[in-house]
Design a binder for this molecule. Structure first.
Ligand SMILES: Nc1ncnc2c1ncn2[C@@H]1O[C@H](COP(=O)(O)OP(=O)(O)OP(=O)(O)O)[C@@H](O)[C@H]1O
Ligand SMILES: [Mg+2]
Length: 244
């Protein structure tokens, strides 16, 4: 880790010329580079199978790339599928990573309860996943990710399984929560409106093997500008080959 660089730079993560394959004859990612800035909300959009989840797994260290370099601050990964353990209640689920990394559980528990209060979930501490709605489960998963103290949150389609209204509420909830925390985000989604609403910058996957992104900057003052949204949306749809 090049600690010195990250002390002085506004960049919290650098992905440099990475290449990756699951099977040797089928290169998935080729010489791909990008970076993430401090407190930036960065979304990645691309057709199914283009390698979005794989990028996040490489950044989190779950998978190892074949070549290239990834340097950055501490990351926490919220996987594409809800991974709450059915036999653990909300609090126990949130404390799972702390248990695994052998942190002081009393301190972590206090922190977890504090987060649950802050995010209006304190009544649910002792509920089990089957007693929660889809949106609540996602909020609990998110709190678990937040509690790990990472600077960078890697969120893989956290809202994709939710109905439109729950999704919209959670998007607003997420932006509110993030105001109180010093985090940088990489957020994967198939939903272009969601990406525009949440992001400072959107990267759209190009080519197979994935070797570059097309980049769209979303200025805060344009987020509600219908003309701007329509224009960006049309361009991204063309980039991803007229998909959904
Ligand atoms: N463990 C694995 N072994 C072999 N191939 C895999 C494995 N995981 C993913 N792949 C393949 O790698 C490609 C990229 O997968 P990945 O999960 O990164 O796509 P994605 O962009 O996240 O897609 P989606 O939008 O559907 O989630 C796909 O073709 C997939 O079949
Ligand atoms: Mg995926």
């Amino acid at each position: 880790m090049k600690e010195e660089f990250f002390k002085t730079s506004e960049i919290v993560l650098k992905v440099e010329n990475i290449s990756f394959f699951y099977e040797k004859k089928d290169l998935l990612i080729k010489d791909l580079s990008f970076s993430l800035k401090k407190n930036e909300f960065l979304s990645i959009i691309g057709s199914s199978g283009c390698g979005k989840s794989t990028i996040i797994k490489l950044i989190s260290g779950i998978k190892k790339m074949n070549s290239g370099d990834i340097v950055g601050k501490k990351t926490a990964y919220m996987p594409q599928k809800d991974l709450l353990l059915p036999w653990r209640n909300v609090l126990e689920n949130i404390l799972l990573p702390s248990e695994l990394s052998k942190k002081n559980l009393n301190e972590e528990k206090k922190k977890a309860i504090d987060y649950l209060k802050k995010l209006n979930l304190e009544k649910y501490e002792e509920k089990y996943p089957y007693e929660l709605s889809g949106g609540m489960k996602q909020r609990v998963s998110f709190i678990r990710t937040l509690l790990t103290d990472a600077d960078i949150l890697l969120l893989d389609e956290p809202f994709s399984a939710l109905d439109a209204i729950t999704k919209e509420n959670l998007q607003k909830w997420l932006l509110e929560v993030l105001k109180d925390f010093d985090k940088s985000i990489i957020f994967i989604t198939h939903d272009i409106n969601e990406a525009i609403f949440l992001s400072d910058r959107i990267l759209v996957c190009q080519n197979r093997p994935l070797d570059s992104f097309k980049e769209y900057i979303v200025p805060k003052e344009k987020k509600l500008d219908l003309e701007f949204i329509k224009e960006v949306k049309e361009k991204i749809l063309i980039d991803i080959g007229g998909g959904k």
